[in-house]
Design a protein around this ligand. Structure first.
Ligand code: NAP
Ligand code: ZN
Ligand code: ZN
Length: 347
């Protein structure tokens, strides 16, 4: 057993605080990772506060993990000591069901194992990346290409794949008009990736405060959703809209922005149920869909794509004792554009 330094939640209402977690000894197929950076995803806030379900506490969040391999089990072939690696939202799945065999572990029919807050293979509750070390099966460890700095790579393990996957699935590319709703962690990654795929990219943000950044990151157009004129002006415009908003939005208003056969895809996951008017879909044969992270092979493809296009996240690196402040800033949409914890500050 290895005692790792960590930062986590003791209940849904207390601020996060320093703690330790026990990591299992690496088994034959395991990789021990010394974590260097961990991104703060808005999902961490939802989990830490039991927004979606009653979580097991103590809970160490963090599923945007970047670090260095420091030990490998005897059967490990995919990674070596010294490798730059990442871990995202999953640390295991059944590997046998039809979805796992297709490389869609995120839809594992037997339920994949979340990086934190789930029962792991050793029967213990998994604990995430706000910690100094983690032990993960080699199949769930990704290679971080040399071209991406580790702090800028960490957020790609969730924000990157969660936006890359639907952009790929719905065919973002040259000639496609793609809108990204919300320019936070997921949204800013989506802007960069959609631009690199060759799509015409529009940001739909609450205000024009971040317009200069949006255009710099690759957007062709930027509109404020706080201005009702935006919805009139852009009616029937987009082939694909990716909604990254962590709160309720007026889905009917966004569906009205889709061209015929366009798709609105939600990746944002507010706690409350969503509702929409059927006619928003019937008119224009529009689709409303969702998307959940991405499989392991696709996550590696995304990392390689990002390295090839010089894409990393725009990060604000913070020490561990500012995690609670970062959570408040996320809730206030005050992030440019991903908080990343410098894990060396945990020790
Ligand atoms: P984030 O960094 O906080 O960004 C969310 C953005 O949404 C904000 O920056 C803001 O952008 C906009 N927004 C926030 N509140 C809003 C409101 N009340 N009305 C309109 N716009 C609002 O969060 P994130 O880390 O990108 O995560 C976003 C959501 O995706 C969360 O719900 C998270 O749990 C979910 N998520 C889902 C998956 C998946 O697999 N589907 C994976 C990761 C995360 P502007 O200021 O530009 O308007
Ligand atoms: Zn996430
Ligand atoms: Zn499976």
């Amino acid at each position: 057993m290895l005692t790792a330094h960590a930062y986590g939640a003791t209940s849904a209402t207390e601020p996060l605080s320093p703690m330790t977690v026990e990591r299992r000894d690496p088994g034959p197929r395991d990789v021990l990772i010394e974590i260097k950076y961990c991104g703060i995803c808005h999902s961490d806030v939802h989990h830490a506060r039991s927004d979606w379900r009653d979580e097991p506490y103590p809970l160490v969040p963090g599923h945007e993990i970047a670090g260095i391999v420091t030990a490998v089990g005897s059967e490990v072939t995919r990674h070596s000591v010294g490798d730059r690696v990442g871990v995202g939202c999953m640390v295991d799945s059944c590997r046998e069901c039809s979805q796992c065999r297709q490389g869609q572990e995120q839809f594992c029919r037997n339920g994949f194992t979340l990086t934190y807050g789930a029962e792991g293979e050793d029967g213990e509750i998994t604990q995430g990346g706000y910690s100094s070390h983690i032990v993960v099966d080699q199949d769930f460890v990704l290679r971080i290409p040399e071209g991406i700095a580790l702090d800028e790579a960490a957020p790609l393990l969730c924000a990157g794949i969660t936006t890359y996957s639907p952009l790929r699935h719905w065919g973002a590319g040259p000639g496609k008009r793609v809108a990204i709703v919300g320019m936070g962690g997921l949204g800013h990654a989506a802007v960069k990736i959609a631009h690199a795929m060759g799509a015409e990219v529009t940001v739909l943000s609450q205000s024009l405060r971040k317009q200069d950044d949006g255009l710099r990151l690759g957007a062709d157009h930027y509109y404020a959703t706080g201005d009702p004129g935006t919805f009139e002006k852009l009616a029937d415009t987009f082939d694909l809209i990716i909604n990254t908003v962590s709160a309720q939005v007026d889905l009917d208003a966004y569906l009205g922005l889709l061209a015929v056969d366009g798709a609105l895809v939600s990746v944002g996951a507010p706690a409350e149920p969503l509702s929409l008017n059927a006619f928003s879909l019937l008119r224009g044969r529009r689709t409303y869909a969702g998307s959940l992270i991405g499989g392991l092979a696709e996550t590696q493809e995304m990392l390689d794509f990002c390295a090839g296009h010089g894409i990393g996240a725009e990060v604000e690196v913070i020490p561990a004792d500012r995690i609670n402040d970062a959570y408040e800033r996320l809730l206030a949409s005050d992030v440019r554009y991903r908080f990343v914890i410098d894990i060396s500050t945990l020790n």
